[in-house]
Design a protein around this ligand. Structure first.
Ligand code: 5GP
Length: 234
């Protein structure tokens, strides 16, 4: 499938039109940003790694009945996806306290939560993706009741599938962010699932093997991404 016009360039990906009006190509870049792009850098090989990890996870979710935008891998950095209309909500699921939740509630990172926490954030960089709840979503018509129900139940299902999947790779799924899109009247999981969008800690040592190494200047960023790649893709 051929890349046509560049439709959108984001912080970590480029999206191209294709000859099929229903399909797009998502290209994964090595560029990394954090804190609403106030911190910028490059993680060598990240694009290839995130493309292949995301593909592997989308394929796994597909076998478990979770509908996603993924069609197929095209090359090291490119995947073919369905052209969804992104719902302007970011869903965060947390199994262990870290990052935003640690700051918001002044709880030390690493506390295991009794039950998973689901958060909705309004997808708007200039507002720093603020925390919202389901009342905001309905009142502002960001999603319908039926869509929200689908997004919520699908997010918890994805958490159960991924927690088990990463556990088998000796990785703890601390938290992650999901985006969904509308496609022919259905809700599909979109975007990517990778060490850019998940916190993953080594099961034996709790070592951080995700984008926090870049955000927090912990060093060996490339090594962490490669290690997740090795365990997940093989
Ligand atoms: P937090 O709210 O603690 O900063 O993030 C929670 C989880 O969602 C983390 O795994 C983080 O990587 C992911 N996440 C939240 N917002 C974003 C975002 O805008 N970009 C990326 N790449 N990940 C995000």
């Amino acid at each position: 499938m051929q890349k046509l016009k560049l439709l959108y360039e984001g912080k970590a990906k480029k999206v191209y039109e294709t000859p099929d009006a229903d399909l797009l190509i998502q290209e994964f870049k090595d560029d990394a940003t954090a804190f609403d792009a106030t911190k910028r850098g490059t993680i060598a090989g990240k694009g290839v790694i995130n493309n292949k990890i995301s593909a592997k996870i989308f394929e796994l979710l597909d076998t478990k009945g979770v509908a996603t935008h993924f069609v197929k891998l095209l090359s090291d950095r490119d995947m073919l996806i369905k052209k969804v209309k992104i719902v302007p909500i970011e869903v965060t699921i947390r199994n262990i306290v870290a990052g935003g939740m640690s700051k918001l509630l002044d709880i030390e990172e690493g506390r295991r939560l009794k039950t998973p926490v689901l958060e909705y954030h309004y997808k708007e960089d200039k507002l720093h993706d603020p925390l919202i709840n389901d009342y905001h979503i309905r009142a502002l018509e960001l999603a319908t009741d039926a869509e929200l129900e689908e997004i919520c139940s699908s997010s918890f299902t994805i958490n159960e599938i991924l927690r088990r999947f990463f556990e088998e790779k000796n990785l703890i799924l601390v938290d992650f962010k999901l985006e969904f899109g509308r496609y022919r009247g259905r809700i599909l999981l979109a975007d990517e699932i990778s060490p850019d969008t998940c916190r993953l800690w080594d099961k034996a040592t709790n070592e951080k093997l995700d984008k926090d190494r870049f955000r927090r200047d912990l060093g060996n960023v490339e090594g962490a991404y490669q290690e997740v790649y090795r365990r997940v893709v093989g």
